[in-house]
Design a protein around this ligand. Sequence first.
Ligand code: DMJ
Length: 463
Amino acid sequence: MKSVLLLLGLPAMTLLSACASGGHREVGSIAPENISAEMVKAEFRHAWSGYRRYAWGHDALKPITKSYRDWYDTSLLMTPVDALDTMILMGLNQEADETRAYIDQHLSFDQDVSVSVFEITIRLLGGLLSSYELSHDEKLLALAKDLGNRLLPAFRSPTGMPYARVNLHTGAVSGVSSNPAEIGSLMLEFGTLSALTGDPKYYRAAKHAVQELHGRSSRIGLVGSGINIETGVWTAKTASIGDSIDSYYEYLYKSWLLFGDPDFKKWWEESISGINRYVAEEVNGNLWYGRVEMDSGHRISSEYGALDAFFAGLLALSGDLERARRLQKSNESMWRRFGLEPERFDYKTWEVRNAAYHLRPEIIESAFYLHALTGSPEYVEMGKRFFADIVRYGRTADGYAEIRDVRTKEKTDATDSFFLAETLKYSYLLLSPEKKIDLSKKVFNTEAHPLDVIPPSRLPAGI
Ligand code: DMJ
């Protein structure tokens, strides 16, 4: 207990050195009621200093072996770009200035690597655009424009839905097999790029892709989890709100919020009724969303997990506070059951299907939205409990490590950039009363990069 009080009373460096001898063992429990925004900020610094010391210039830190990982043959500065707007929002000015200067000087997208269009868009394009809007550093916008141009060839398919990968140097495309999340989660970034450059081509390409995808919804309004982007034929017909689909729904609603484009509102409304009618399931009075066949609505499984947890926040944002509250209650029960949340489990049998916890943000993101939209302090308390568990099980001497198995809490040698971009940002914003983000002025992309709402009058002609 003494060490807990000491830890909580002292700044980040003390917390760091207090566990420096502990390698990747637990640091001990911290009472949730003592978690504060300042503490989240200190933990961001702890995670960042590990990256800075052992992985600077690379895509991600390996927190146990104290080394680094690059996604491709060259680094695209995944963690710095993803984390930059978190630093700005937290007021970590020195770190933000140093990181921005490093990106300005060292990041080049003229690389002979074939990249994931989706991941590079949500993390890098989204990160550059939001940091540009927060910092007004023109170099960030220039990088975003260059990246947008290099990604655009991906949309040159027979249907207009993007190939999964594009070579940033040659423009060569690959990956005819894709899914709604990867096809339909490009609009916020490409649309913002159009607004900021005055060139409608980005908005048009991304919107056309969504239109093609939405047009292939089933008669009951659902989409599957795999589609061939050249033929437009579904290759996997499992409908859910989870992986392979999740952010497609998120971007339907958020594109309406960001651009005021009524097509997206219509597509969202046509989708959400089928989701609530067929994918939602009541079990012992609790609300869950499982897996069903997209044409018939027949139930395939009662699987759910860490990724699905974002849906409570999206329901809240779209005005369905009742379902949002109920789903977040289910989310919390999932977390409590395992002490962290599994990637996938069965909500009828509680059997774990994928035991990993990748330090994902979605459950905290939902607490953030529910708190912002209801004002209820229960979501702050909930967020504190989640965060206390993340510190307890994920913290290492040099950063944070993902969890291999929520049952044993064994760690694994990885920290995904979304931990700094999303998990720590939503935790901080949830706990920081003075840092409220006005949700009528900003829309977060799926990687938690806040983008300025653009009135339709500010969109370029020809959209
Ligand atoms: C992030 O990269 C994005 O939030 C994406 O939409 C889903 N997965 C991760 C976080 O879990």
